[in-house]
Design a protein around this ligand. Structure first.
Ligand SMILES: CC(C)(COP(=O)(O)OP(=O)(O)OC[C@H]1O[C@@H](n2cnc3c(N)ncnc32)[C@H](O)[C@@H]1OP(=O)(O)O)[C@@H](O)C(=O)NCCC(=O)NCCS
Length: 171
């Protein structure tokens, strides 16, 4: 059994379907108006098909975490080592009814701890340029915009993102 800290545990095989279901809930609640319904469906399959998540659980450079609150799956996060000194927060999603209660911040503190243990000096992430709430949340948690990037993700879709970074020295 993976150790649980602050309600946070490593995602295990048995929890994959629940994460995929939570992803669908959050994405359909949050992304309309930011990306098209077709892109939401496309990206959910591309990133959250249980076989895709299980493939990532087997990788040495990717870490998935879940946060339970009151027995409920409240949030999830995936980290990926993208360079010798940089850990990417590849996914961070909180159940709509539980947003803005510090759970995202708790997971980001965990991300910082995992990154430091891996010898990283920087946390980075990509966030859609229209996702103003998340950009505000990341700003509140110490990230700042480094650059804008447009990435082709296939299917005729692009990700139109800001890359945000946070140095890990200090707190
Ligand atoms: C973005 C997200 C991960 C942040 O996690 P969270 O638990 O909601 O945020 P926290 O409670 O840790 O941080 C709160 C701070 O972030 C900012 N913030 C969070 N949600 C916000 C919102 N809806 N509008 C404006 N600011 C917001 C505020 O500065 C807030 O501080 P305050 O409440 O004291 O003003 C979460 O809201 C979420 O999953 N959003 C929808 C999906 C998403 O966009 N994920 C990120 C993809 S890159």
């Amino acid at each position: 059994m993976a150790p649980i800290r602050d309600g946070i545990a490593a995602l295990t095989d048995g929890g994959v379907e629940a994460v995929a279901a939570l992803a669908s809930e959050v994405w359909h609640a949050h992304y309309p108006g930011i990306i098209s319904d077709a892109q939401i469906k496309y990206m959910l399959v591309q990133r959250y098909d249980p076989a895709v998540i299980r493939g990532e659980l087997a990788r040495p450079d990717v870490w998935w975490f879940v946060l339970h609150e009151g027995g409920v799956l409240a949030a999830y996060m995936a980290l990926q080592l993208v360079a010798a000194a940089a850990m990417k927060v590849d996914k961070l999603y909180v159940k709509p009814a539980l947003q803005r209660r510090g759970l995202g911040g708790r997971l980001l503190r965990h991300a910082a701890a995992v990154a430091r243990e891996a010898g990283c000096g920087v946390l980075e992430l990509a966030v859609n340029r229209g996702n103003v709430n998340a950009i505000a949340a990341y700003g509140r948690h110490g990230f700042s915009v480094r650059e804008a990037v447009v990435k082709d993700i296939g299917g005729g879709f692009v990700m139109d993102d800001y890359v945000m970074v946070r140095k890990l020295d200090g707190k």
